[in-house]
Design a protein around this ligand. Structure first.
Ligand code: G3H
Ligand code: 13P
Ligand code: ZN
Length: 314
């Protein structure tokens, strides 16, 4: 099967009360770990590439790796998505490069300017049969190219704006701010998501797919390994998995995960370095990292409820 867009995936996910995992890829081992997991679990897949990933690995290398995933897994519907495109030119370039989905993240702009820029991207992308995700409200946290707000609860998506936003832009899915943040430090005290905001948006836009960014859980297993083997992430805290399972039963159809991949890889590399200080063959530490990613992603596919759903999304 050639690369697909996310339309069918989201239609089935909405109806079925599950979400498709959107995993950030930066190199071969991360991508292989993810694809091996979805192949075994027979799940639909969104592979996403950020500006930072493209700068690091070069788009052509990442696209090459993803093309192999597609060729070798004809039964798995795979979409390739630009994560957090922040201007028209970037989105245009990814559309022209054959991506099947792009995100225009104009969430920092005032409402009317967000609409204007998003609409421009939608018009271009739709002409090329590419779907568009946009964002309303703002997330917290800091990644390389994505800097969030400090108090996420003050920047949640306003349910009263969503109908106008979707109507005027023609966007295909909407990333909503419901209390999550990017990165490994999402909450200072007890984790809390604004489930009532998801419900209110869903009530205003019945049938419309929503996206949840910043959805890593900061798994205890990897946090403990990192801290045990010389790392320093004592206060890392993610979104509890039961909250994610609850959100996907609502209108959340795409769940973005990057930090959990980074932590799985880092934890295993640290462990090998600490336990075998004489090791200098990259395959001996990247290999365990790739395997940890695979097992973690397999687990996530069950949390999201999309394991076994590849066929119905094809
Ligand atoms: O949402 C942001 C993603 O985790 C990508 O982060 O810009 O560091 O690649 P990055
Ligand atoms: P995490 O940092 O929680 O993995 O979120 C990733 C993300 O939202 C990518 O767009
Ligand atoms: Zn994001």
């Amino acid at each position: 099967m050639a690369l697909v867009d996310t339309k069918k995936m989201f239609e089935m996910a909405y109806k079925g009360g599950y979400a498709v995992g959107a995993f950030n890829v930066n190199n071969m081992e991360i991508t292989q770990g993810i694809i091996e997991a979805v192949a075994e679990e027979k799940a639909p897949l969104i592979l996403q590439i950020s500006k930072g990933a493209r700068d690091y690995a070069k788009n052509s290398y990442l696209k090459g790796i993803i093309n192999v995933c597609v060729e070798e897994n004809p039964d798995i519907p795979i979409a390739i998505h630009l994560d957090h495109g922040d201007d028209f030119e970037t989105c245009k370039q990814f559309v022209d490069d054959g991506f099947t989905s792009v995100m225009i993240d104009a969430s920092k702009l005032p409402f009317k300017e967000n609409i204007k820029l998003t609409k421009e991207v939608v018009e271009y992308a739709h002409k090329h049969n590419v779907v568009v995700e946009a964002e309303l409200g703002q997330l917290g946290g800091i990644e390389e190219h994505v800097v969030g707000v400090e108090d996420v609860m003050k920047h949640l998506t306003d349910p009263d704006q969503v109908v106008e936003f979707v109507g005027k832009t023609g966007v295909d899915s909407l990333a909503v701010a419901v209390g999550t943040s990017h990165g490994a430090y999402k909450f200072k005290t007890a984790p809390k998501l604004a489930m009532d905001v998801i419900q209110a948006i869903q009530d205003k836009l019945p049938g419309f797919p929503l996206v949840m960014h910043g959805s890593s859980s900061v798994l205890k297993e990897f946090k403990d390994l990192i801290n045990k083997y010389g790392g320093k992430m004592p206060d890392a805290m993610g979104v509890p998995e039961d909250a994610i399972s609850e959100a996907v039963k609502m209108a959340i159809c795409k769940v973005n995960i990057d930090t959990d991949l980074r932590m799985a890889l880092t934890a295993k590399i640290r462990q090998v370095f600490a336990e075998k200080p004489a090791e200098f063959d990259p395959r001996k530490y990247l290999g365990p990292g790739r395997e940890a990613i695979k097992q973690m992603v397999k687990h996530k596919l069950h949390v999201l409820g999309c394991a076994g759903k590849a066929a119905e999304c094809s």
